[in-house]
Design a protein around this ligand. Structure first.
Ligand code: 2P0
Length: 334
């Protein structure tokens, strides 16, 4: 984290992340508190840049916030919610103009809400003159999107579900710096369209209807403990096997929701098999998939080229992107 710049205008950048142990389901929908913890890696190649500028107070000019996403004026109640929390804390009534740009497809299972709300939390709090500690920023970002709490930090990150009703212990914190154990991700994009069922809506449905939901919550702590030790031990096969398990357990939960959530397409399944075939041929590579059709392959940096080539040649894969581990959210000169 860089030193906050402050003032009534600020620009921040945050990177997307993908979970190795997944979050799905909330224990409090109003405060957006996850029902299970999660562990993620922050991705250098996928980022959101957000500019926030506040009017001095609501009486001077507009009484509405404005949110521009990728050049389009967009209604996003969660953006207003984060801005309201910032105003409440800073003790002023100024309205905001927020301009946010993603350098990757929005809403298609590449965690644009993670990078987006992390960048918003940092830019808005800084523009309001607040100098929040990383943990407070993580809680603020969580109010926009659960996965965004993790994108405040770089490298390997754990999100805690906490126990308190007010959510003050539901924040993310770093597990390991990315430089301490470099890892690469090849993203196989199988569809550029935004998904039709949002994560928020989908996870509420899973909680209400999947017979697997109690088992999902009950086994979360054990997955987290094993993943923490895989990271501490730099045990890549253990990390990869557990990441695939958490991914497939999540998708079993989705498939058994009513109505079912089927985020995969034919290219998604083909890419999973490509990863398994590569592994059979001796390349240490593992897949994970979020609430969308893209497949993310985890591998060592020296294996990126062979993994990207195999995924690019897989039927249904339209594009591949590679990423190293990225840093946490930071302020830029405005
Ligand atoms: C994750 N996902 O851990 C999981 C895996 C998708 C699948 O976090 O309702 O957009 O905004 O808190 O953060 C996506 O959920 O949901 C997500 P909200 P979010 O990355």
């Amino acid at each position: 984290m860089d030193t906050p710049i402050g003032g009534t205008t600020a620009v921040a950048r945050a990177h997307s992340n993908i979970a190795l142990v997944k979050y799905w389901g909330k224990r409090d929908e109003v405060r957006n508190i996850p029902a299970v913890g999660s562990i993620s890696i922050t991705l250098e190649a996928l980022s959101t840049t957000t500019h926030v500028s506040f009017t001095p107070d609501a009486s001077e000019g507009r009484d509405q916030d404005e949110f521009w996403l990728n050049g389009q004026l967009t209604l996003a109640p969660r953006v207003n919610r984060v801005l309201d929390l910032v105003r409440e804390r800073a003790g002023f009534t100024g309205r905001a103009t927020v301009t946010s740009t993603n350098d990757f497809p929005t809403g298609a299972g590449l965690a644009s809400s993670a990078s987006g709300f992390a960048a918003l939390a940092l830019a808005a709090s800084s523009a309001a003159g607040l100098d929040l500690r990383p943990r407070e920023l993580s809680i603020l970002a969580r109010n926009g999107s659960g996965s965004a709490a993790r994108s405040i930090f770089g490298g390997y990150v754990e999100m805690h579900t906490g126990h308190l009703d007010d959510g003050s212990d539901a924040f993310a914190e770093p597990v390991l710096d990315g430089a301490a154990w470099p890892l690469s991700v090849v993203v196989a994009i199988t569809d550029h369209e935004a998904k039709t069922v949002s994560s928020t809506h989908g996870m509420a449905g899973s909680r209400a209807s999947s017979p697997f939901y109690p088992a999902w919550v009950d086994t979360g702590e054990q997955d987290l403990a094993e993943m923490r030790s895989a990271i501490t031990d730099r045990d890549f096969p253990k990390l990869g096997e557990l990441a695939e398990h958490s991914c497939l357990k999540l998708h079993a939960l989705m498939l058994t929701s009513r109505p079912p959530l089927i985020y995969w397409n034919a290219g998604t399944v083909a890419a999973m098999h490509t990863v398994r075939a590569l592994r059979d041929s001796g390349v240490a590579v593992y897949f994970t998939i979020d609430a969308g059709p893209q497949v993310k392959a985890l591998c060592a940096p020296q294996d990126v080229a062979v993994v990207a080539e195999a995924l690019a040649a897989t039927p249904g894969v339209r594009e591949t992107r590679t990423s190293a581990l990225g840093r946490g959210a930071y302020l830029m000169a405005s």
